[in-house]
Design a protein around this ligand. Sequence first.
Ligand code: TXA
Ligand code: MG
Length: 341
Amino acid sequence: MISGIFKKINLNTQAKIGNDIHIAKSYLMHGQPVAIPTETVYGLAANGLDASSVAKIFKIKERPFFDPLILHTNNLDKVRGFVSHIPAIANKLAQQFWPGPLTLVLPKSTLVPDIATAGLSTVGVRIPNHPLTLSLLSLLDFPLAAPSANPFGYISPTTALHVHNQLGAKIEYILNGGPCSIGVESTIVGFEDDKVIVYRLGGLGIEDIERAIGKVHVISENENNPAAPGMLKSHYAPKIPLYRIGINNIEIFEKFTRIDGIDVANNQIGSMVFKDIMAEFPLNNQFILSPNGDLNEAAKNLFSAMRQLDNMPLKAIISEVFPPEGLGVAINDRIRRASVQ
Ligand code: TXA
Ligand code: MG
């Protein structure tokens, strides 16, 4: 009896966590997805030019097929191998910001299978800025399709352990590159006629992009956006409701206690604040994302704090709205998507 039980447990694969790029390469060459670190968030990677490897990503993440993936590689020459054209302005952005938290949407070549791009004629491409993953990519003659390594709709992982907690039973290997240095996903930029369009706010600030190439158009949350079917309004969401408040917004505080019946005094609420504590809310469930008021540090800590709060016995999370500059814009975007809208 007992040996039978042990056998059953052993059959349940649990991903190994390690930092061996040759092991990662071997799984990838055999069509098995591997989690990889990037500077933004961890990705769930597979051979982006092989439809059956890409299909496994969708299955593991339970991701709908209409949501296209990003292809990752380690140099611009390789990018030229799977896109049909790089507009001059895209080339300028690539030269300036790659490797880095920027995804460019470019016309795809026939090498890229439709499943990777949700049937679109364009493909998202990025050279990530993480030494371990760049070394891995340099060993491969194919790009890695890699969405964030979380179940579809949940908060993106920023450590190997986050990946293990959610996908550990479904994959073989997690390449551990430490905590992600940026902490929010890449900024996604596309090119329509003569316009530069930002489809997703992210780890590269709009100010930086505009300094390089002039004014860009940022797609707003309500705009119809057929070019990016993956830009779902609700995303990155914790399991318990998350509400956004302005600094010291007492009206919302009253809503919790009076209307939603949440007992604030009884520690039923958790909070995320930028730099100063909010004394109205329980301090033991309060995450200060950057005591020094550094938006980069706040972005780095955002998803980890959201995850930890989501795993505590709370009834709701509240979050401050951040200053809308630099990475504050991307932080506010993620908090809005995570929130009860
Ligand atoms: O930082 C990141 O970008 C991370 C790391 C792993 O690189 N990846 C990531 O992937 O966030 P994912 O799958 O969670 O988000 C990819 C999004 C899609 O949901 C879609 O909005 C956009 O990229 N996208 C991909 N291909 C596109 C295309 N051809 N046209 C427009 N948007 C596209
Ligand atoms: Mg994602």
